[in-house]
Design a protein around this ligand. Sequence first.
Ligand SMILES: NC(=O)c1ccc[n+]([C@@H]2O[C@H](COP(=O)([O-])OP(=O)(O)OC[C@H]3O[C@@H](n4cnc5c(N)ncnc54)[C@H](OP(=O)(O)O)[C@@H]3O)[C@@H](O)[C@H]2O)c1
Length: 311
Amino acid sequence: MAKRWVAASWGSFEGWQFVEYEAPAPLSGEITVRVRAAGMNPADRKHVAAPRAGAELPVPIGYEISGEITAIGPDTAIGSGAARIGDEVIAFRVRGGYATELTIPAEKAFAKPALLTHAAAANLLLAGTTAAEMLVVTRAQAGETILLHGASGAVGVSVLQQAARRGIRVIGTARAARFDEVRRFGGIPIAYGEGLLDRARDAAGVEIAAALDAVGTDEAVDVSLELVADRDRIVTIAAAGRARAEGFRWIVGSAPESARFRDSIRGELVNLAARGMLEVPVARTYPLAEAVEATRHLAEEHPGGKLALIP
Ligand SMILES: NC(=O)c1ccc[n+]([C@@H]2O[C@H](COP(=O)([O-])OP(=O)(O)OC[C@H]3O[C@@H](n4cnc5c(N)ncnc54)[C@H](OP(=O)(O)O)[C@@H]3O)[C@@H](O)[C@H]2O)c1
């Protein structure tokens, strides 16, 4: 029998249950995947913390996985083309990735980049597609200097790598212990906290063309608004209220146009990772049964890299 994590009630962890269930045999257009690693993102927890329109309890938790195909529906190809039983794949966006086995729409699966471990591969696409959309909506261009809040985070390091490939110079905020990581991916690190505005100006030395916020604090928003006059070139993924109130961009994967863009970019990101051009730093893994403990670690907001659950 397969097992998976579900939220049986809204709220923090009281309602989380690790339950047996049966992954259905795949129909045409579906595959079944034996999960080798479940990627972890802040959204996994946030999306079961309070009632959400259209979601009914119990809610299976987790949005991305890496594993191998154990069954394929009739006449079925995956997102990256033909596939066979035993092939290693990653999949995003799935429903209920914190599982030992999962039946999913086949178009969500892509051949796993061989250079990535399952733990890294399972964490490639939610952060990667978000990072890509942040760069696109702010129209960041080669030769420009941009400010990135949260450069050491999962979304942040993906923005750094994708920006470096396009010749965009990035000033990125992080705590001092993470400066080397920001440099490793081509960013210029500065500390967040008191005096951020001046540090950003000094580090840039030129006009900052756009501001990308993967943190959502008032400090991050205030500094972005101070430095970038064109509010269409400021984006946040974590301060929706201020974006609505002050007229700058907020993007979220559940919005139809964001979902379309993020789906469209998955194959390109998988190819980059397959060629060693997109890394996913992993801080640590936890056994799948310890999902609550792992989620508490992630919620501290300084995980120092991605976390993954291993069935
Ligand atoms: N809207 C969307 O589509 C979308 C998609 C993905 C993620 N998100 C949201 O975006 C945020 C980042 O996600 P993630 O996966 O990148 O998280 P993460 O890996 O946990 O990274 C958190 C980042 O925030 C920084 N940070 C923590 N406290 C801070 C503070 N007080 N001031 C400034 N920076 C601080 C951390 O820096 P240090 O560790 O160096 O201190 C780190 O860079 C989360 O809120 C997540 O829910 C939204």
